[in-house]
Design a protein around this ligand. Sequence first.
Ligand code: ADP
Length: 485
Amino acid sequence: MNILLATSELHPYSKSGGLADMVAALARTLALTGNEARVVTPLYRGIQAQFPEMRREDWWFDLPLGSKRVQAELYSLRPEKNLTIYFIKQPEFFDRGGYYMENNVGYPDNGDRFIFFSKCVTHLARYLPWRPDVIHVHDWQTGLVPAMVLNQRAHEGWGSPPPVCLTIHNLAYQGVFPPATYALTNLPPEYFTIETSEYFGHLNCLKSGIALAHCLTAVSPRYAREILTEEYGCGLDGLLRKRQNRLFGILNGVDYQEWNPTTDPYLPAPYSLARLAGKKTNKSELQKDMGLTVTGAPLFGTITRLAEQKGMDIQLAALEEMLSADMQFVLLGSGSPAYEHGYHELARRFPAKVAVRFGYNERLAHRIEAACDFYLMPSRYEPSGLNQMYSLRYGTIPIVRATGGLDDSITDFTENKTRANGIKFSEYSARALARAIRKALALYQEPGLVLQCRRNGMKADFSWERTVGEYLRVYDVAVASGLPA
Ligand code: ADP
């Protein structure tokens, strides 16, 4: 099958979260399994210098954006057989210090930037000599592509466009803009209605995609069920319930080429299930490097965006309660200054037990996964989550709240004693998390159980090779289904 994917971030060229990992791994696995995948993504600052082998394509975009016209160039890379990455070069929009924001403030022209990007995606889908069987878009940044494709079919002579699938990575980010922004789409009024992109008078890019894509996926089965409820539906649960028969939940996979403790180039001491001794070395090296006391006490870790979604409020409060016990904690994160301050304070008060680093650091992320005994992920909601699955492969026992992909990937001792791979709690509160940490401290005293839990985790297979078939089945449904239901 030929699949054209479109994403606002793509590992290793750009990444702010799981979206970048997911699209990269999905595209690579599609290519590996005999399909042809092409991915469209913006050319952000620094990418071209880092990948000088990038080629300029003989292609020139000159597209309307409201009353203006905007030009862009196309660059490409072919990192593997059957895989092409297209970069949209539009320096005014994409050659900036951040992807979506700077200093925690969103760019005021994000609507312009991603409406333009969606137009480029639609244009490529229509005019590339290579014909996609399916267009697969991701999140709000490309949420208007289904409307653009349908409009070109209805009014602009595009005979038989491919169906569009939309993956929801996080329903909380919808791309909502003042109504005047709709003019930038150059779409007729029929795509700005209550049934399509209009949301309380505003333009809602994700809503448009949910209404008009042929098929929808969410990044775990439980999240696909959760977003149908008012509690998790972020105001779109009604529309999602309407489209329920075209909504599929598929848990994200892990790229085990990147996340493998046996071959991980970032680790001081690679290790495996058969030779776990290396894990201890990684722990003591990290303790030294981060200024913690080198001790056998259980080490807990978190690598995260510092956002409310990630349960940072209850985590701070639970750690406050638990740090009098014999335990240590490391954090790598970036995001809300208030949370940074909270963790900074914690580290100041418990210098031998708590170490925190702010910013984005791929190497340190790998080292923390390898060094820790337990990984904390108390998310308020978690569409898929990746770090709990990385933790499993690194023999680091996840402690998670039972939501979204965390619930789908982690089995607690109370659910199944022999298959347990982590610790799970339900209530969103510091008290419940503190209780889960206490359970971890007790578990740590039982080396046999720790080993069993680690073994279950390290042997688990969340590879994309297992998952890719589910996406191919959704593509088949989209191709067979004709117009959106
Ligand atoms: P989300 O997409 O909601 O941020 P996921 O768990 O799906 O959460 O994916 C987060 C990805 O980003 C993981 O690969 C994680 O390791 C990585 N990550 C998050 N914060 C950092 C950071 N500060 N430094 C390095 N990697 C990070």
